[in-house]
Design a binder for this molecule. Structure first.
Ligand SMILES: [Mg+2]
Ligand SMILES: [Zn+2]
Length: 195
């Protein structure tokens, strides 16, 4: 049965520095290293029937450092590696533009979230964004979602210069997911009381 339009809750995950180590313009699948616990964290979201969507800025394409097929090869490798641990990602979106192009998809712009919302029936205002940069937290704000900063990747540095406070600051993706699942549980309890 098809989910009701706009009724799914999603967790939007940044890729580099959040799911896998940020090695700087990663574009070789063999250099992908998944952060400890990240696959298990995604598995928990799968078990809770939360839609998992990766949203990644890949300006290395627009800058001419690598190509779309390099990005896709890394994404395929990521799906394979975490799949080996029983975790799955429902969709992956990335922005391949140069920052100067002023596109609608580069985070913190909401183009990728809007596309995902239309394609997967996601209710953005009840969803979450998890990432290691201020732009991920601003993305959450711009979409009306909740934002969780992880301290992996660039998170430690970024935590001191956030333009907007995160709804939660997590050690890593597992810690972020545990907070989100708890937050969802509380919200469901509230909506039951409201009835
Ligand atoms: Mg990142
Ligand atoms: Zn873009």
């Amino acid at each position: 049965m098809r989910a009701k339009e706009g009724s799914n809750i999603a967790v939007f995950l940044d890729r580099d520095g959040t799911i896998n180590e940020d090695t700087g313009y990663l574009h070789k699948p063999e250099e992908l290293v998944v952060i400890n616990g990240a696959a298990e964290a995604i598995k928990r979201l799968n078990s809770a029937s939360v839609t998992v969507v990766v949203v990644s800025n890949q300006s290395g394409v627009g800058r001419g450092y690598f190509t779309d097929s390099d990005v896709e090869a890394v994404n395929d490798r990521l799906v394979d590696v975490i799949g080996g641990d029983g975790a799955s990602i429902d969709a992956i979106y990335y922005c391949n533009h140069h920052p100067d192009e002023d596109c609608v998809c580069r985070k913190p712009s909401t183009g990728m979230l809007k596309k995902a919302s239309a394609e997967h029936g996601i209710d953005l205002t009840n969803s979450y964004v998890v990432g290691d940069k201020g732009s991920d937290i601003e993305l959450a704000f711009n979409a009306g979602a909740k934002g969780v900063l992880v301290l992996t990747g660039k998170g430690q540095d970024e935590s001191h210069k956030l333009k907007r406070p995160a709804d939660f600051v997590a050690e890593d993706l597992m810690n972020a997911v545990l907070w989100i699942l708890d937050d969802l549980k509380k919200r469901r309890a509230v909506s039951l009381t409201d009835r």
